[in-house]
Design a protein around this ligand. Structure first.
Ligand SMILES: Cc1ncc(COP(=O)(O)O)c(C=O)c1O
Length: 475
């Protein structure tokens, strides 16, 4: 008879050349062993130390996998008695649950797990300064715990707003008072705050075509009619916007590095756009999701800097420059609108989690943020060059865009289907066609982030993606 107190023996193959990160492979392997009953309900797992030694990985890697399994109710930790497989496992996700996920499944998954190769919208996981960040957070937790038992400023912590204002002056040439800044839980809530404050429901909005699908969805959910306006090599075709919907209340744009094509709005188009907003008393919503994080050269100044800035609402986020898991962003509000924005923030969308705000304020104040950005630019430049070398034979047309590449496919290709094939191999590209409002005119391709292509896995990840295309050609 086996001794139930003795840890079960666990058989896991870790392939260092596999495109999926090692932690993900360990998690997947344990997950399926538990679900398939190979690791029996009620059995004891090896300690993180023992399993780490067995697999030749860091203990933290095992701990992350164990934490995920515990979050899913598959295992539990019992202190010094070890880690155990739950005696009653939660039911498998039903078809119903998958349906609930569906609207977003194509372009945002996976959530709350290790980033997969090519996954869009997430910065490099392996290059995040965890040690420094851990220190800042610990100090912030203490400061927060000792703070007054009163309501926090709904606009966000004054210290953070001052740091953001100072940073924007240098990096984006935006001249603003800290009181024009409202801290949000990221771009999406910044956009919702903006549309609510402008009472935009029932009005028209220009939206870049192609453009960020979540931005489009926010506009729709806020009750606006979306007018897709094409983007070309100079960015948004402003004259087409004016022809189609000169009476729109807002234009939602990514002028710095257009998402997903990466082009910068040309000086003439900038003037035209600002001119239209001034004449029509319309508002430009500048989605500055990458801020100054531009791989090639220097980022152009924000639309909210200089002449015409009084018609621009600038939305920033720490999702790409630090991490989306912070859930932190900000809006720079033109002076004439601050009162109505602050009122909405105070009653509906107050600034999030004070601890994170305090920690980010210190991260900026001590120069870690700028240092981190500099390092990320160099790292992303290397990773992109390497990815281009590996992918250029398979994809004759590849555009450099933001923190990644757009690999173009023939008009007849089903990019959404190819993306699901890639997902089966542990890769997470995004389908270009999903970024269009008008599916009939959508271009096909892969949007590929290069941020998480580590030196030891980039070759395998690119080879696997090339295979997806090769299999399609054969079929
Ligand atoms: C175009 C664009 N805007 C904004 C964001 C960031 O959004 P959030 O701050 O809500 O994470 C992203 C993330 O992928 C994006 O691609």
């Amino acid at each position: 008879m086996t001794d139930p107190k003795k840890p079960a023996s666990v058989s896991i193959q870790v392939e260092r050349t596999h495109p999926a990160p090692i932690g993900e492979q360990i998690y997947m392997s344990l997950h399926s062993s538990i679900r398939e009953g190979i690791l029996a309900a009620g059995s004891r797992l090896p300690s993180d130390r023992a399993l780490a030694a067995q697999l030749g990985v860091a203990r933290g890697t095992i701990r992350v996998a164990y934490d995920r399994l515990a979050d899913e109710g598959l295992i539990f930790g019992a202190g010094s008695s070890g880690t155990w497989v739950c005696s009653k496992l939660p039911p498998m996700p039903s078809e119903h649950e998958e349906v609930l996920d569906r609207p977003l499944a194509g372009f945002t998954r996976p959530y709350s797990s290790a980033p997969l190769p090519f996954q869009v919208g997430v910065p490099a996981h392996d290059a995040f300064p965890f040690k420094t960040w851990e220190r800042m957070r610990a100090r912030a937790v203490r400061a927060d715990a000792l703070s007054y038992t009163t309501y926090a400023d709904p606009r966000g912590e004054p210290g953070l707003r001052s740091q953001i204002a100072g940073h924007l002056a240098v990096s984006r040439q935006i001249q603003c008072h800290p009181d024009q800044i409202i801290v949000t839980s990221g771009y999406r809530s910044g956009l919702m705050l903006t549309l609510t404050a402008l009472q935009a429901s029932g009005q028209k909005a220009w939206m870049e075509e192609p453009g960020y699908p979540l931005g489009r969805r926010v506009l729709e959910l806020a009750g606006l009619t979306v007018e897709p306006i094409p983007v070309d090599a100079e960015g948004l075709r402003v004259e087409e916007g004016i022809t189609r919907a000169s009476d729109a209340l807002v234009a939602l744009v990514t002028p710095g590095q257009q998402a997903p094509l990466g082009v910068t709005l040309s000086p003439k188009r900038r003037r035209d756009l600002l001119g239209w907003a001034e004449t029509q008393s319309a508002w430009i919503i500048e989605d500055d999701y990458l801020g100054e994080l531009q791989i090639d050269g220097r980022a152009t100044p924000a639309l909210a800097s200089g002449e015409g800035a009084q018609r621009v609402i600038h939305i920033g986020t720490f999702s790409k420059t630090m991490s989306p898991s912070l859930g932190l962003g900000f809006v720079v509000v033109p002076k004439m609108l601050t009162e109505q924005f602050v009122e909405i923030a105070a009653v509906m969308l107050p600034a999030p989690n004070r601890t994170t705000q305090l920690a980010v304020a210190e991260f900026l104040a001590d120069g870690h943020f700028l240092r981190h950005l500099r390092q990320m630019k160099d790292l992303y430049c290397e990773r992109r060059a390497c990815a281009l070398t590996h992918l250029s034979k398979t994809f004759p047309v590849i555009l450099r865009s933001g923190l990644g590449l757009v690999a173009c496919l023939p008009e007849t290709a089903n990019d959404a289907m190819l993306v699901s094939k890639a997902r089966e191999l542990g890769l997470a590209p995004s389908a270009l066609s999903l970024w269009y409002t008008d599916a009939t005119h959508a271009k096909r391709g892969f949007i590929l982030s290069i941020t998480n292509l580590r030196a030891d896995s980039i070759g395998a990840a690119c080879a696997a993606l090339n295979d997806v295309i090769a299999a399609q050609v054969k079929a």
